[in-house]
Ligand binder design. Structure first.
Ligand SMILES: [Zn+2]
Length: 420
C-alpha cells in the first residue's frame, strides 16, 4: 500500500488527510470563524481579528470526515493556550478511570514507562503514577509548567520523531503511550505516528481517545467542529491510517467524555489480534450510514433548524425585555454562537466558574465578556443557555443547588427549555 504524505500542509486542502484521494464532498460550512480558544483581552477588542474557513468535508474513498483548511499548530496552540483538563471534575474522573482501565487490560508491569502526548496539566499521568508507573508528559503549551510544579515530569514541545528519539535515549521505550483529545488535532500526523513507532515497546500499546464521528452526527454536535479538530474519526479510516505503518488497530469502544468519544487501541503489527469488538464497531458505522452521503445531508439541515430555533428564542427574549445569557465557555461555545450569529446585543455575557482561565477575556468573533458565574445569582436572568450542554445535568444540579431560578436552555441537539 503506497503511503500518502501524512504531514499535512497548512492552508486549504484538496486531498484526504488519510488516503490522499481528491474529490472531497461538502458536509457543512460554518463560515469563516476565529479560533475558538483564542479569547481576546480588553486591548485586543480594538484590533483586527483573524478568522479562517471552517468547513467540514468527507472523503468518498476512505470515509474520513475532516476540515478542508489547516491552521498552523503554533497559531492554534500558542504558549498561553487556556485549556486545562484538571478543572473539569467529569474529565478529571474520566482520566482516572482511563489510567486504571489501561493498566488492567494490558497488565502493565509496575515501573513501566507511560508517555502522554498532549499531557496538558498532567491529570491523566497522575492516575498512572498512582499505580506505580514512571510517567512523562509531552505538552507544547505553558500548561506544561502547571504539570511540572505538580511533580509530573513534562517535556514542553510538540511530539514527533525527534522528541521520541530523545525520550528513548533518556528513559527507554514506553509500554503505554496515550493521546487523549489530541490525535484529531495535529497536522503533522506522519511525524507523530513515526514518533510512536520509535517510542513504543515491542509489546506496548498506544491508546488514543477522541471525539467520535458517530456521536457528532447522531447527536448533532456541529458545535464540536472547530479548527483544532482537523479530523472527526470513525474507526474505518483509522484502521486504514495505521495500516500504512507497522501498527494495527486491535480494539475500540465508545466512552462518554466530551459528549461522546471513541477509545482506540493500537499495537505493533506482529502482535496484532483484532477483536470482535472492533469488527462490530465497523459494522455499526456502516449500518448507521457513516460511509454514505445521505446522513450528512440530513445533518446539515438539522443544524440549520437548530440555528433558527436558538436565534428565534433570543429574539423573543430581547423583544420581551428579558435577559438571555450564556453559561460555560468551552471551545464549542464559540462555534455555536458564531454560526448562529448571537452577538452581545442578544447574549450580553457568558458566565464561567471562578477557576476558569477564560475569566476577564472575550469570546472570539462576538466579544461577549466571560464573567464570574456569581453574576447569575445576583441577576437571576430569565434564560441561561447551557453552552456546555453535553454536561448539562451536573451543571443544572449545581446551579439550582446554589439558588439559580432561571430557565435553562439546551441549544442542541434540539432546543429544550428546562424550568425545574
Ligand atoms: Zn480518504
Amino acid at each position: 500500500m503506497q503511503k500518502p504524505n501524512h504531514d499535512i500542509p497548512f492552508g486549504h486542502i484538496e486531498e484526504c488527510q488519510i488516503c490522499g484521494a481528491k474529490g472531497l464532498e461538502p458536509v457543512i460550512n460554518l463560515g469563516h470563524q476565529p479560533l475558538c480558544d483564542s479569547l481576546l483581552t480588553t486591548p485586543q477588542l480594538n484590533e483586527p481579528e483573524v478568522s479562517y474557513p471552517l468547513a467540514l468535508v468527507r472523503c468518498p474513498q476512505c470515509s474520513l470526515v475532516q476540515l478542508d483548511y489547516v491552521v498552523p499548530g503554533d497559531v492554534v496552540y500558542y504558549p498561553d493556550y487556556p485549556y486545562r483538563t484538571g478543572i473539569t471534575r467529569e474529565l478529571f474522573n474520566h482520566h482516572q478511570r482511563l489510567s486504571v482501565d489501561v493498566v488492567e487490560r494490558h497488565k502493565t508491569p509496575v515501573d513501566s514507562l507511560v508517555v502522554d502526548i498532549g499531557s496538558n496539566d498532567g491529570t491523566l499521568l497522575k492516575g498512572f503514577a498512582r499505580q506505580g508507573m514512571r510517567v512523562l508528559g509531552v505538552e507544547p503549551t505553558n500548561i506544561a509548567q502547571i504539570a511540572v510544579e505538580d511533580g509530573i515530569d513534562t517535556v514542553q514541545d510538540f511530539f514527533g520523531e525527534s522528541v521520541a528519539e530523545e525520550i528513548v535515549k533518556q528513559h527507554g521505550k514506553a509500554k503505554v503511550i496515550t493521546a487523549t483529545n489530541m490525535f484529531a488535532h495535529i497536522a503533522n500526523l506522519g511525524d507523530m505516528i513515526r514518533g510512536i513507532e520509535v517510542l513504543l515497546d515491542d509489546d506496548g500499546v498506544f491508546v488514543l481517545e477522541n471525539h467520535y464521528l458517530m456521536d457528532i452526527v447522531g447527536g448533532l454536535q456541529f458545535d464540536s467542529i472547530y479548527h483544532e479538530h482537523l479530523r472527526s474519526y470513525s474507526i474505518k479510516p483509522l484502521v486504514q491510517l495505521f495500516g500504512y505503518y507497522g501498527l494495527s488497530v486491535v480494539d475500540a469502544h465508545r466512552v462518554a467524555s466530551y459528549g461522546g468519544s471513541v477509545r482506540v487501541y493500537v499495537v505493533r503489527d506482529k502482535i496484532a489480534r483484532p477483536t470482535q469488538g472492533l469488527v462490530n464497531m465497523i459494522a455499526e458505522e456502516r449500518d448507521f450510514g457513516l460511509y454514505d452521503a445521505d446522513v450528512y445531508n440530513e445533518f446539515r439541515s438539522r443544524a440549520l433548524k437548530a440555528k433558527r430555533n436558538l436565534y428565534n428564542l433570543a429574539l423573543e427574549a430581547e423583544s420581551s425585555g428579558v435577559r438571555f445569557v450564556g453559561n460555560s465557555c468551552p471551545g464549542r461555545a464559540s462555534t455555536l454562537l458564531n454560526y448562529v450569529g448571537l452577538g452581545c446585543d442578544l447574549m450580553p455575557y457568558i458566565a464561567e466558574q471562578p477557576t476558569s482561565l477564560k475569566l476577564g477575556r472575550y469570546l472570539p468573533g462576538l466579544h461577549q465578556p466571560v464573567v464570574n458565574n456569581s453574576i447569575l445569582f445576583s441577576e437571576q436572568p430569565e434564560y441561561v443557555v447551557l453552552l456546555a450542554w453535553h454536561y448539562w445535568e451536573p451543571i443544572r444540579a449545581d446551579l439550582r443547588k446554589r439558588g439559580l431560578k432561571s430557565k435553562f436552555v439546551l441549544p442542541l441537539p434540539e432546543l429544550r427549555i428546562i424550568e425545574d
